[in-house]
Design a protein around this ligand. Structure first.
Ligand SMILES: Nc1ncnc2c1ncn2[C@@H]1O[C@H](COP(=O)(O)OP(=O)(O)OP(=O)(O)O)[C@@H](O)[C@H]1O
Length: 251
């Protein structure tokens, strides 16, 4: 079943000083099936974060349509959007975005508290913290944790509401290779349990965990590769080939 549809998405930014217009996205079209794990790649400034922010309803598109479960997000009022974001979307960021004044437990509970949906919160926390290996961290504070531990906590916080889609912007960008690989394995495991994931990344190694990679250039999706039956290693070679042949290399 199609979960997410992006049609003719356009985003322009107007500079206040010179009245210049920057076209971050010119005409983006793609669909995501339920249970897919998709990576979005493209060179710096190609519009990856803008695209993710529009899907996350954190930014307003200039034109076009984004629908999740047949609900057109571009037509919702700000109040309904905030609710929609809370109830249906999960977020993981490069810099974790945990609140230092709250314990790990309270950080993970936060989306449930904001959604006023705290019934069974202890069971949800127990389940996720076991899966993510963070049980011993629950009474600590974010500043006491390593980057890899913080990202596991951020994943628990993103998944505690059981979101339709997990949106991740460079989730391994601040991690060393060992922690990156652990976080990507966690994504793959949740994807095997049918969690839909959309991840922006610079890293072809990170993208090789996905089932499909979309390449953005000049504000459009201009190429995609499918994992199919390829191993991660074979997928990595395919992605690197695509980058070399089609983009002239991405940093
Ligand atoms: N708030 C903004 N105001 C003006 N221009 C912006 C704004 N946000 C992004 N842009 C411009 O839109 C274009 C796309 O930016 P975006 O951050 O989406 O790219 P990106 O592919 O995520 O880049 P990177 O990989 O470097 O993070 C760039 O030209 C950028 O300068």
């Amino acid at each position: 079943m199609t979960l997410l549809k992006v049609e003719h998405l356009r985003k322009e930014y107007r500079s206040r000083i010179k009245n210049n217009t920057v076209t971050a996205l010119s005409d983006v079209n793609f669909e995501v099936e339920e249970g897919e794990f998709i990576a979005i790649m493209g060179e710096s400034g190609s519009g990856k974060s803008t695209l993710l922010n529009c899907i996350a309803t954190l930014d307003n598109p200039t034109a076009g349509m984004i629908s999740l479960n047949d609900q057109d997000l571009t037509k919702l009022s700000d109040k309904l959007l905030a609710r929609y974001r809370r109830d249906h979307l999960g977020f993981v960021f490069q810099d974790f975005n945990l609140l230092d004044t709250m314990s790990i437990t309270d950080n993970i509970y936060l989306p449930l508290i904001l959604a006023k949906n705290t019934i069974g919160k202890e069971n949800k926390l127990n389940h996720l913290s076991k899966q993510l290996g963070i049980e011993s961290l629950l009474n600590k504070y974010p500043y006491e944790l390593s980057g890899g531990q913080k990202q596991r906590v951020a994943i628990a916080r993103a998944l505690i509401t059981n979101p339709d889609i997990l949106l991740a912007d460079e989730p391994t960008g601040a991690l060393d290779s060992k922690n990156s690989s652990e976080i990507l394995s966690i994504f793959s495991q949740y994807n095997e349990q049918r969690q839909t994931i959309l991840m922006v990344t610079h890293s072809s190694l990170a993208a090789s965990h996905a089932q499909r990679v979309l390449f953005i250039k000049d504000g459009k999706v201009f190429h995609q590769v499918y994992r199919g039956n390829k191993t991660e290693q074979e997928m990595l070679l395919t992605i690197n080939d695509a980058m070399t042949n089609l983009l002239g290399g991405i940093a």
